[in-house]
Design a binder for this molecule. Structure first.
Ligand SMILES: [Zn+2]
Length: 381
């Protein structure tokens, strides 16, 4: 699955190119001169001259423009793309990652995806300057090493991932946590654009988080900050994927919602039991009034509200941005989510922190990886 989204050359990028502006000026002057001397066919000639000159400028811009490869590694898919300096992704694709496999197979996948994009870049006269990579797990962003655990892609833990990927794609690589990068993308060009600080939550199979202040990610001393899925919202509560109890992820993640809906189906002894395997049918069943699904979603909304309120009380962010696959179901329960959150936020922050849906969809991580690589390596257009 792949496609070209747009030209990928922003107006801001054009503005930065002094040479191009001179070229634009000369083109217009030449065109005006041409239209003056060829007055009888001026209108047509003027337009065609301009078009020709603009296509020449476009060509010049393309051979002068840096671009960044971007990768978003997940347990199911490796998403990848080519991004412009403003984070705009103008080519993207996806391959099955076989997340539990060996690192050698994963490296080969990166090589293949990079090869595909290098061919596109040559065709479009783009100069590839770096690659940004988002991965599950806590990341030491300076060393480019994943530490702790990464249940969905275990082979990336404890190896020199940055070095391995630099060899695979033939470019300088910046590695960071996927939820961190999704928050960075949303903060700079997505739902949180314009806010001084943005706290992002990604509701997927698990729950990830990130915090961006003044366009920069907050990482903590060990690179493990904002593991927001593992803040405790219930003492001795449900078992989390990490092996500890009562964490947000055990209530508001996609896997938790599915598991809870199935548990409640058994407990409530429904006459027409559903067996859920994905989140979307749970939301649909709740809409139809199926009691186990209604209860599972209610518990997820309550858990999410508790998590958001704790994060607002701790970080005082300008806004909360919520993304990930589960967000699309949660959007129907937004008013309830905001009401419950408000009940748990301290008085000094009441009504001050908007809770917003993400705007970049499943591209947020890839956009963030482009921005992270651009800023860390000081790449300009
Ligand atoms: Zn946990």
């Amino acid at each position: 699955m792949q496609g070209l989204c747009c030209t990928g050359v922003s107006l801001a990028g054009v503005c930065r190119q002094g040479k191009v502006w001179i070229s634009v000026f000369r083109s217009v002057q030449n065109a005006r001169r041409a239209s003056y001397w060829r007055k009888p066919v001026s209108s047509f000639f003027f337009c065609s001259t301009i078009n020709y000159q603009l296509s020449t400028i476009d060509y010049q811009l393309r051979i002068m423009t840096n671009a960044i490869l971007t990768f978003d590694l997940g347990g199911t898919n490796l998403k990848y793309g080519i991004g412009a300096m403003d984070g705009n992704i103008f080519y993207h694709g996806s391959r099955e990652s076989g997340g539990k496999g060996e690192i050698a197979a994963l490296t080969a996948l990166f090589e293949q995806a990079a090869g595909e994009m290098q061919a596109i870049a040559r065709k479009k006269r783009l100069k590839l300057a770096a690659a940004g990579v988002g991965t599950p797990g806590a990341v030491d962003a300076d060393k480019g090493v994943v530490f702790g655990s990464s249940p969905n892609v275990p082979s990336v833990v404890g190896i020199p991932l940055k070095e391995i990927l630099e060899k695979a794609v033939g470019l300088p690589v910046v590695v960071d946590n996927d939820a961190n990068l999704a928050t960075l993308g949303e903060a700079v060009v997505g739902g949180g654009k314009g806010y001084k600080s943005v706290l992002g939550l990604t509701l997927g199979t698990g729950v990830g988080g990130g915090f961006v202040q003044d366009g920069k990610l907050f990482r903590g001393d060990h690179g493990s900050a904002l593991e927001a899925g593992h803040i405790t919202i219930a003492i001795n509560g449900r078992m989390c994927n990490c092996g500890k109890r009562g964490h947000l992820e055990a209530y508001a993640s996609g896997s938790a919602i599915v598991q809870r809906a199935n548990e409640l189906t058994s407990e409530l002894g429904s006459h027409h039991p559903h067996k859920f395997t994905k989140t979307k049918p749970v939301f649909a069943a709740a809409e139809e009034g199926y009691p186990p699904a209604v209860l599972a979603i209610e518990e997820a909304v309550q858990g999410l509200a508790a998590g958001i309120a704790s994060l607002i009380n701790t970080f005082d962010p300008g806004c909360i941005v919520i993304g990930g696959g589960v967000m699309f179901g949660m959007i129907q329960h937004w008013a309830e989510l905001k009401k419950l959150t408000a009940e748990m936020v301290v008085d000094s922050l009441t009504g001050k922190t908007p809770i917003l849906p993400a705007e970049l969809g499943n591209m947020a991580g890839m956009v963030g990886a482009v921005i992270a690589a651009r800023d860390k390596l000081g790449i300009r257009g």
